[in-house]
Design a binder for this molecule. Structure first.
Ligand code: SRM
Ligand code: SF4
Length: 572
């Protein structure tokens, strides 16, 4: 097949395309608007641009109706997302994030499903100080959101330490090298002098070009057998291939994504497909050339259909592979064998190499906060003060206290005990495999609760789990407040997507290793109906399952839902 059939969909470019083009490489009116003290918010255009700088304008939705009633402007505030490749943070960086969230945020931190920190509730006038604080701690928020390559994920559990470190370095390099080149961020937030102010010095974005990508772009790197980063949900997934303990290179998978729109079958979650193998030193070139294919042929008129997964499905996988080979000037090798066995976290202490220990802590919904009975934030602050290793934020919203020496292990253990921080082993395995997106009250797109509701729903499901002897049975359960899929709902063996307050679509049948999407099982149901369904499904699973059979596989074998074999048949 020739590549002459390659073209981008026709249609008027969306408003965002115009905005990017006119933004002077992502500057727009951000500087002026953030200096303006007259109101707490910024214009819609500035709100679109600020995403490229790692932030969103939001308003507290718990207060929205009351403020409308009082004819007040929404309670504007900002969310900041840090770029933290592979989720690795030093204890010093942890302490800075903790401090900034107390000073300028809402006092909590969110560990996101892409292994980074989010801070909510920052007022406009505190944005610059917060950004500067993050930068002083040698982190940044560049391209944490926006139509660019986002935070690169990497397998978080460092138990295979040397290998993990090597893979992490590739992930970090990818994240750094794929950053936009514009100095807008440094000028606006860090007061860097504008160097492109004279006509003789022309600013360029060598890879992205002046209009950046049609949509966000995501990359994740997995080390089998752990698929904790949900490698098939990424625009590009790299699967580390290890032979005789040595990293040989990566299988390359392209075209994954989770988002969709209720009632629009032209939108669907999709899994990335493995297209070949590359050597470690080729990883950047593969990512760069793939991104340029999306840059050139992605849909720039409809943002709903603009992700790379739709570009791949529209052009055809073979055509995209051929185009990639043409752009590379060489061909990927044949994909090598690999095997995943789970996409969750492995909790508790594990011993790595060189006498280092790693403790995976269960943090429900990734919310680092002092609850009335559980002082997670204070406990972690005390640990960060004495910890000599590092922290790893996981893709399942948990935290690994990593690289603890045998000598320091007791001290860390004592602090964990003192603050009641645990690996969650006193909970059901279902809860330990749960994930919920932020949703209300900060997410502007939320249709129903997720993070604030899933724990109480699980309280009730745990009763059914216990009655059926399934307490230690690992079943992944994920909830999102809308179909955008921020907690990768379509890869949960039990998945919920918010439809309206208290109502969810229920999905079943995803694979435990993240290799198969789920299928719609019940539409628009509330808590009682959810529990009634599980009162039938879980006992059947307990009685009828085969040895070692996961819940997601069981519901398909038992004919409860059809298997989704490709994103394009997700809605069938
Ligand atoms: Fe997400 C938009 C939160 C991971 C798909 N996501 C949002 C926004 C910014 C809402 C908005 O646009 O106004 C949410 C902010 C809520 C808040 O108050 O903080 C939001 N997404 C999150 C986080 C914080 C969820 C969490 O609880 O951890 C995750 C931050 C990740 C990070 O650190 O970068 C998060 N979002 C994801 C993932 C999971 C992943 O990447 O592994 C997905 C599905 C994968 C994918 O991209 O296909 C995801 N978020 C979306 C989408 C749908 C994108 C699509 O093209 O299909 C949107 C909406 C959009 O882009 O228009 C969205
Ligand atoms: Fe918001 Fe929807 Fe993402 Fe949840 S899934 S954080 S509700 S955009």
């Amino acid at each position: 097949m020739g590549t002459d059939i390659l073209k981008a969909p026709e249609g008027t470019p969306s408003r965002n395309e115009h905005l990017k083009k006119e933004s002077d490489f992502l500057r727009g009116t951000l500087k002026e608007e953030f200096e303006d003290r007259l109101n707490g918010g910024v214009s819609e255009d500035a709100n679109q641009l600020i995403k490229f700088h790692g932030s969103y304008q939001q308003d507290d939705r718990d207060l929205r109706t009351e403020r409308q009633r009082q004819k007040l402007e929404p309670a504007y505030q900002f969310m900041i997302r840090v770029r933290l490749p592979g989720g690795v943070s030093t204890p010093e960086q942890w302490l800075v994030m903790d401090d900034l969230s107390e000073k300028y945020g809402n006092g909590t931190l969110k560990i996101t499903t892409r292994q980074t920190f989010q801070m909510h509730g920052i007022l406009k006038w505190n944005m610059k100080k917060t950004m500067q604080g993050i930068n002083q701690a040698l982190m940044d928020t560049i391209a944490a959101c926006g139509d660019v390559n986002r935070n690169v994920m990497s397998n978080s559990n460092p138990f295979q330490s040397e290998l993990h470190a090597e893979v992490y370095e590739w992930a970090k390099k990818l994240s750094d090298d794929l950053l936009p080149r514009t100095r807008a961020y440094h000028e606006i937030w860090l007061d860097e002098e504008k160097i492109f102010s004279t006509p003789e010095v022309e600013e360029v974005e060598p890879m992205y070009g002046p209009v950046y990508l049609p949509r966000k772009f995501k990359i994740g790197v997995a080390i089998p057998p752990s698929n904790d980063v949900d490698v098939f949900s990424q625009d590009i997934g790299f699967i580390a291939i290890v032979e005789e303990g040595l990293l040989q290179g990566f299988n390359v998978a392209i075209g994954g994504g989770m988002g969709m729109t209720h009632g629009d079958k032209e939108t669907y979650p999709q899994l990335a497909k493995v297209i070949g193998f590359c050597k470690p030193e080729q990883i950047y070139q593969v990512a760069e050339k793939t991104i340029t294919i999306q840059r050139d042929y992605g849909n720039r008129s409809s943002r709903k259909n603009a992700r790379f997964k739709y570009t791949v499905d529209r052009l055809g996988l073979e055509t995209v592979i051929e185009e990639l080979h043409n752009r590379l000037g060489w061909r990927l090798e044949e994909a090598r064998p690999y095997h995943f066995d789970h996409n969750g976290d492995r909790y508790g202490w594990v011993e790595g190499t060189k006498g280092k220990w790693h403790y995976t802590l269960f943090i429900e919904g990734g919310r680092v906060k002092d609850f009335e009975n559980l002082k997670i934030k204070t406990g972690l602050r005390e640990i960060a003060k004495v910890h000599k290793g590092d922290f790893r934020l996981t893709a399942n919203q948990n935290l690994i206290i990593a690289n603890v020496s045998t000598r320091s292990k007791k001290k860390i253990n004592d602090l964990l005990e003192e603050y009641g921080l645990t690996d969650g082993s006193h909970f059901s395995a279902l809860r330990r495999n749960s994930m919920a997106c932020v949703s209300l009250p900060t997410c502007g797109l939320a249709m129903a609760e997720a993070e604030r509701y899933l724990p109480t729903l699980i309280d009730k499901i745990e009763t059914i789990v216990d009655e059926n002897g399934l307490r230690d049975e690992e079943i992944t359960i994920r909830m999102t407040g809308c179909p955008n899929g921020c907690a990768r709902h379509a890869l949960g063996e039990i998945g919920f997507i918010g439809k309206s307050v208290g109502k969810y679509n229920m999905y079943l049948g995803a694979a435990f290793d993240g290799s198969r999407l789920s299928k719609l099982y019940r539409e628009n149901i509330g808590e009682e109906e959810i529990l009634n369904e599980l009162r039938v499904l879980l006992p059947r699973y307990a009685k009828e399952r085969e040895l070692g059979e996961h819940f997601g596989d069981f519901v398909i074998r038992a004919g409860i839902v059809k298997a989704t074999t490709d994103g394009t048949n997700f809605h069938e």
